[in-house]
Design a protein around this ligand. Structure first.
Ligand SMILES: [Zn+2]
Length: 211
């Protein structure tokens, strides 16, 4: 499968926002946006953002969300198609569906420092979904589903450290309930739009795909 392999903080520069794609890097001044707060490439420093077309603005917003959740266009379009078939606002549905992906829920529960890391946890079978091994990052978590770190993996230092750090920072969103001692968590409810703390105007993505 194709995979995006450019240095991750180059994408922070492209989107002009820290994307936290790789663990703690964006928390520090190692994030490339700190030293070069303009778009990458030859024309980056001189890019005149105010000249961007409506289409350009919509496209950037879509790319931003796609990259935040680590998806390629084809996967993203599939999620979008589901969002259009679901009752309610398509833009909100899209974000809620993305949040419900197993890799994202593991990340939001604080068992990994980045989405890339949580995806690895899922793929390498460190995660149980309702007591059963599940290594598919795109699985949609449902209300009342329980996600747990497999017994064998509870001593993995990166998982323990991520979990402790998440507890200290108090980052767990209200739609998830995490037991740090047992290393598991439950989705108590679907996330609502205001619980999804990403600075995105999802309506722009709907406009882009409605062209
Ligand atoms: Zn960064």
């Amino acid at each position: 499968m194709a995979r995006y392999t450019d240095p991750v903080c180059r994408l922070c520069r492209r989107e002009k926002i820290k994307l936290f794609l790789k663990g703690d890097r964006c928390y520090s001044d190692k994030c490339a946006i700190e030293k070069r707060p303009f778009a990458p490439g030859q024309h980056g420093p001189n890019a005149r953002r105010n000249k961007m077309s409506e289409y350009g603005i919509q496209l950037r917003e879509k790319q931003k969300v796609k990259r935040m959740y680590g998806l390629l266009e084809k996967q993203f379009r599939l999620v979008y198609a589901t969002a259009t078939r679901t009752k309610g606002k398509t833009g909100e549905n899209l974000l809620i569906l993305l949040e419900r992906r197993l890799d994202n829920v593991v990340f939001r529960m604080g068992f990994a420092r980045s989405l890339a890391e949580s995806r690895q946890l899922v793929k390498h079978s460190h995660i149980l979904l309702n007591g059963k091994k599940c290594n598919i990052p795109s699985v949609l978590v449902r209300r009342e589903d329980v996600i747990a770190i497999r017994d064998k993996s509870k001593e993995v230092s990166s998982i323990k450290e991520a979990s402790e750090s998440s507890e200290r920072k108090g980052l767990t969103p209200g739609w998830l309930n995490v037991d740090r001692n047992k290393m598991n968590g439950r989705m108590v409810d679907l996330p609502t739009r205001d619980q999804i703390m990403i600075p995105i105007q999802e309506q722009l993505i709907v406009e882009l795909y409605s062209r």
